[in-house]
Design a protein around this ligand. Structure first.
Ligand SMILES: Nc1nc2c(c(=O)[nH]1)N[C@H]1C(S)=C(S)[C@@H](COP(=O)(O)OP(=O)(O)OC[C@H]3O[C@@H](n4cnc5c(=O)[nH]c(N)nc54)[C@H](O)[C@@H]3O)O[C@H]1N2
Ligand SMILES: Nc1nc2c(c(=O)[nH]1)N[C@H]1C(S)=C(S)[C@@H](COP(=O)(O)OP(=O)(O)OC[C@H]3O[C@@H](n4cnc5c(=O)[nH]c(N)nc54)[C@H](O)[C@@H]3O)O[C@H]1N2
Ligand code: SF4
Ligand SMILES: [Mo]
Length: 693
């Protein structure tokens, strides 16, 4: 069967953060098989079902294959085919008209989860166009952990799985399913096999909970309280790293005093985790040397994300696990082009003052706009009106909290252009849709600009359909029409050369090598101190008053108040079969998970009159959706864990493919936001359920 097959090495992408090294079997211009590459630097042969299904994206009959222009009403699902010339002229014309009438900041540029190098070309496009407004889901993705890190210890403390740890805490991170942080879980699994201990903090008994020394089923939304409870035990029992704390932390005495009230008993009442278990888990984390915390999205999915991420970094610091091998480290990039020069940040020096979120006084160093503030600008003109949107690699109709608002915002915008590989509920709201070439069809660089200390080669393997263009090419051509043409390349692939040039190589030589990794350089703080105003890890923030932040992490109460009418707690977990809202249209994946499933404990189900397989209405104060009940005692009682990202490609184009009926973000709201990052509550929402009659 594999006769005549040519095997090419690359890295997986756009099915999650990407990172598995792949061997791709090609016959002519067709990919016939994909398998894990045993030589993979992160993955050592690992591959998941999404990786296996990945080439099916290219050949799907419904894939977008030529540029489209809206006919009829916005969102009506009527299109006409146009040429690339007309598409580029129309998009450039639409954006330039808005710039002339309202200024450059009235155009927003939207991205989603960083998928490849095009993410940074889009930021460059915004900068060259003159708009300070790049909209991204960073408020609920990784910005809190990254930027809280910068303020607390001067860097983003990434979990280091490349060196041996005695223990790992999976804090709301379902890493065998989501392969979080671009760290493929294979390295962690190998360490578990070698005897590394695990603590799992999750309302669900995830796969790795079965291998864990402690599983702490936590009431969703109460993680900051649990972290303060850990600090209470570790400091109270003298289990902290005294030498490190004395020499390298600021505000320890204050923190020690502050956490006294967070006794295991007090924290147990908030988190529903047994007090004894809190004490034992905290002791185990403190005793293990080194120990690593792998953090997950739940820490970033409530309005209290600043306190949650602050508390976790304080834990890493007092136990002496910051920037040590096998702990939470500062990753160093290889010698490649820096982000600032790549995106031409210098061209827009007033960005910090002019961007939409400056008005909302978000935390310094957060350079993208939270979706909640973007929609406020579109719908209310606060702090100024936004009229145009160019988006790619993102599906805001599903991924932003409160989808109703997103729909209204897209209805109201004067001009919308979207680059996509498939018609989605968001692309359906565009005036012009641009067909993108994607992974396997484009030369790309993975993990650039996201702080993990390496970049991965993702070379082109097959030719895309004739009229599908790489996003980088689309933006290179569009950029020439809407900004100084001399700042764009004759050949868009020069962007790839630019990134690797400082390493003294061409893109082709980089592909040959496969990846570039920065140096392991632990403990540079011993000579230089930490890059904070005090030169120490700031358990108590020295800039708190200046930036209106709280000086010490605290428990500020439930993210949403309890409500007798909504007695259950709603949370979510990402599916191992999909990426957010993506790829419900791939048959191989849809077969594995045909419909949205809502997990619930059998006893909670009985109390609510629900049986396995029932279609259930899930309701919050903000909206309702329907998903199918799946009973499992792997979830704590009183909690509903619903699926996120569902729409139906088989649905009606005239109503944007049924983006409402099962979409988790119909249940969320932006009425309450964490002020530091503009983060809404995606987890920990009061809800109720009933069987659909
Ligand atoms: N309720 C709730 N909301 C959430 C989350 C949650 O857990 N719960 N998670 C949040 C998080 S962490 C994130 S990062 C965001 C993610 O939000 P998004 O990034 O908006 O979500 P995706 O589904 O990844 O959307 C990606 C889109 O990009 C398209 N695409 C794929 N490859 C290419 C390409 O090469 N070029 C182009 N132009 N398009 C491509 C896909 O077809 C898809 O429609 O969602 C956030 N929203
Ligand atoms: N298959 C797949 N992989 C992905 C993605 C995807 O959509 N699909 N998305 C990618 C992206 S952009 C990101 S940011 C990452 C995120 O990946 P993760 O950080 O793993 O995110 P989630 O799946 O949202 O949540 C992880 C776990 O938190 C648990 N949980 C729910 N509520 C709470 C709570 O309040 N507290 C605690 N402690 N735990 C809770 C859930 O049960 C789940 O097991 O994954 C990336 N990888
Ligand atoms: S785990 Fe992620 S990177 Fe690896 S094969 Fe699956 S989708 Fe691709
Ligand atoms: Mo994310």
């Amino acid at each position: 069967m594999e006769e005549g097959v040519r095997w090419v090495k690359t890295h997986c992408a756009r099915m999650d953060h990407g990172g598995c090294a792949l061997l791709v079997g090609v016959k002519g211009n067709e990919i016939v098989r994909v398998k894990g590459d045993p030589e993979g630097f992160l993955s050592r042969g690992y591959i998941c079902p999404k990786g296996v299904a990945s080439p099916d994206r290219l050949t799907h009959p419904d894939r977008l294959r030529y540029p489209l222009k809206r006919k009829g009403d916005r969102g009506e699902g009527k299109w006409e085919r146009i040429s690339w010339d007309e598409a580029l002229e129309t998009v450039a014309g639409g954006l330039l008209k808005i710039r002339e009438e309202h200024g450059p900041r009235a155009v927003a540029f939207g991205v989603g989860m960083p998928k490849g190098l095009e993410h940074f070309v889009l930021i460059r496009l915004a900068n060259l166009f003159g708009s300070p407004n790049v909209i991204a889901s960073q408020d609920v993705c990784h910005a809190p952990r990254e930027i809280t890190g910068l303020h607390t210890c001067g860097f983003y403390p990434v979990a280091d799985f490349h060196h041996k740890s005695a223990l790992a805490v999976l804090w709301g991170s379902n890493i065998t399913s989501t392969n979080e942080e671009g760290e493929i879980c294979k390295l962690l699994l190998d360490q578990v096999k070698d005897g590394m201990e695990l603590i799992v903090i999750d309302p669900r008994r995830i796969d790795l909970a079965k291998k864990a020394k402690f599983w702490l089923p936590i009431r969703p939304g109460t993680d900051p309280a649990l972290a303060l409870g850990f600090l209470n035990v570790i400091i109270g029992e003298g289990l902290y790293d005294k030498a490190f704390v004395e020499q390298w932390t600021e505000g320890f005495a204050d923190l020690a005093e502050h956490v006294k009230k967070y006794t295991p008993a007090a924290v147990s009442a908030i988190t529903r985790v047994e007090a004894g278990l809190i004490r034992e888990a905290a002791r185990a984390y403190a005793a293990a040397k080194p120990a690593v915390i792998q953090w997950g999205n739940p820490l970033e999915h409530t309005v209290h994300t600043f306190d949650a991420t602050r508390a976790l970094i304080c834990l890493m610091a007092v136990t002496g696990n910051l920037d040590v091998p096998g702990g939470n480290m500062e990753a160093h990039d290889p010698r490649i082009m820096g982000l600032g020069p790549f995106v031409r940040a210098d061209l827009i020096p007033d960005k910090r003052k002019d961007m939409i979120s400056a008005h909302h006084r978000v935390i310094p160093r957060l350079m993208t706009i939270a979706p909640a503030y973007f929609r406020k600008a579109v719908l209310e003109g606060v702090p100024y009106p936004v009229k145009g949107f160019y988006g790619m690699c993102s599906n805001p109709m599903l991924s932003y909290a409160d989808s109703r608002l997103t729909y209204e915002a897209f209805r109201k915008l004067d001009f919308v252009a979207v680059a996509e590989v498939f018609m989605t509920p968001t692309a359906a709201m565009a005036d012009v849709v641009l067909p993108a070439a994607t992974t396997f069809e484009i030369n790309d660089i993975g993990h650039y600009g996201i702080g993990h200390g390496y970049i991965l080669a993702r070379p082109k393997i097959v030719e895309p359909p004739e009229e599908c263009w790489p996003d980088m090419k689309i933006m290179n051509e569009l950029g020439r029409r809407v900004s100084d043409p001399s700042l764009w390349h004759d050949d868009f692939e020069q962007f790839l050369e630019d990134v690797v040039k400082p390493a003294g190589m061409t893109y082709a030589q980089f592909v040959e090598k496969g990846y570039l990794k920065g140096p392991d350089r632990f403990g540079s703080w011993k000579e230089k101190g930490f890059r904070t105003p005090t030169g120490k890890v700031e358990l108590k923030l020295s800039v708190a008053e200046k930036f209106r932040l709280s000086a010490m992490p605290d428990w500020l109460g439930l993210p949403e108040a309890e409500d007798a009418d909504y007695p259950l707690v709603l949370t979510s977990a990402k599916s191992g079969n999909y990426l957010h809202s993506s790829y419900r249209w791939l048959e191989k994946l849809r077969k594995r998970e045909p419909r949205p499933l809502m997990e619930i404990h059998p006893e909670t189900a009985v109390l609510n009159g629900v049986a396995d397989g029932d279609l259930v209405i899930i309701e919050t104060k903000y909206g309702q959706v329907e998903q199918t009940a799946r009973l499992t005692d792997n979830l704590m009682q009183g909690v509903v864990c619903a699926a996120h990202g569902w729409w139906f490609p088989e649905g009606d184009p005239a109503s944007q493919y049924d983006w409402r009926s099962a979409n988790f973000n119909m249940l969320t709201s932006v009425g309450k936001l964490g002020k530091e990052y503009g983060t809404p509550n995606l987890k920990s929402l009061p809800c109720r359920i009933r069987r659909k009659a």
